[in-house]
Write a protein that binds this ligand. Structure first.
Ligand code: HEM
Length: 272
């Protein structure tokens, strides 16, 4: 009975750990997930991570117990034909080399490990292009007044824009941006888009004065989604500064290729 429970717990917890690991592989970066109010099957990124860690730990404990219960057959794998105990059997050497190659290959960025990691990074980048990047860290948890103050936006114009767009009239300057978004089942980025559209003037001038955290990782397309900018105009501004960019270029890559910082690239786009 105890053996059966151990093996079945190991199997089930392994399956849950595997499923949650697939979700963590494709989940947007933390700041983007919270900015977008990202959920999958009703669970936030933090909840998927928490379940993965807790059930993963149960899996490890069940595996330890499973190893202990099956110690005898395991020691058999480490015996030679003369039934002497040998740690470095051919099977052990093979496993050792395999683990070492994957470990070292990951550190020096060799395929297929680098391909696996790059693919995850690409999925996360695409999520930023769809959801946008917060204009400053944890912007969604700010009250509207602080949000507008931080971004140089007029809070009264923001409130009338939201009312015109059909948001609850009880929303005021103390309502958190994430609560405003949830009240209509939209993302904080959508709320930001509505507020910004009403401020009028040049959308480039409405970009935060300082580039927010994570700007280096952003692609040109993600910056356009975040600040409602015309892609063609951004590419033209970069070209005028001698920077050949594509919609997929990240600010970090552009900076690296032109001996600048990502902040410098951001300032060029902002028009400074
Ligand atoms: C079935 C084998 C497993 C696979 C394929 C797997 C895969 C992953 C992946 C893809 C991530 C996300 C990495 C990223 O942020 O880019 C992750 C995070 C993590 N894994 Fe696993 N994992 C496995 C087993 C475990 C086990 C047994 C534990 C034991 C506790 C564990 C603990 C963690 C923790 C603590 C994190 C960070 C979670 C967070 O960001 O909240 N994993 N894992």
């Amino acid at each position: 009975m105890f053996r059966k429970i151990t093996s079945l717990t190991a199997l089930l917890s392994f399956l849950v750990t595997l499923l949650t690991s697939v979700v963590l592989y494709i989940v947007p970066e933390g700041r983007v997930a919270y900015w977008a109010d990202w959920h999958l099957l009703g669970m936030t990124k933090t909840q998927w991570g928490d379940v993965h860690t807790a059930v993963g730990t149960l899996f490890l404990l069940a595996l330890l117990l499973h190893t202990w219960l099956n110690w005898k057959p395991i020691t058999h794998y480490m015996k030679n034909r003369a039934r002497e105990f040998v740690v470095m059997t051919p099977s052990m050497i093979f496993s050792f080399i395999l683990v070492f190659l994957v470990f070292a290959g990951t550190l020096i960025n060799l395929p297929p490990m680098s391909t696996l990691l790059d693919y995850s990074a690409r999925i996360k980048e695409e999520a930023t292009e769809v959801y946008g990047n917060p204009p400053y860290g944890h912007a969604e948890t700010s009250p509207l007044k602080k949000f507008c103050g931080f971004l140089g936006l007029d809070v009264n114009m923001a409130l009338s824009a939201l009312r015109e767009a059909g948001f609850d009239p009880s929303i005021d300057e103390n309502t958190l941006v994430q609560d405003i978004a949830r009240s209509r089942g939209v993302s904080p980025q959508h709320v930001y888009d509505i507020i910004r559209a009403r401020q009028g003037g040049d959308p480039f001038a409405l970009m935060p004065v300082q580039p927010p955290e994570g700007t280096g990782k952003l692609t040109v397309t993600a910056v356009c989604t975040t600040y409602g900018l015309e892609l063609e105009e951004v590419l033209a501004r970069l070209k005028n500064a001698g920077i050949d960019a594509t919609p997929e270029s990240s600010f970090k890559d552009l900076a690296g290729a032109h001996d600048m910082s990502p902040k410098g690239i951001y300032m060029i786009v902002r028009g400074e």
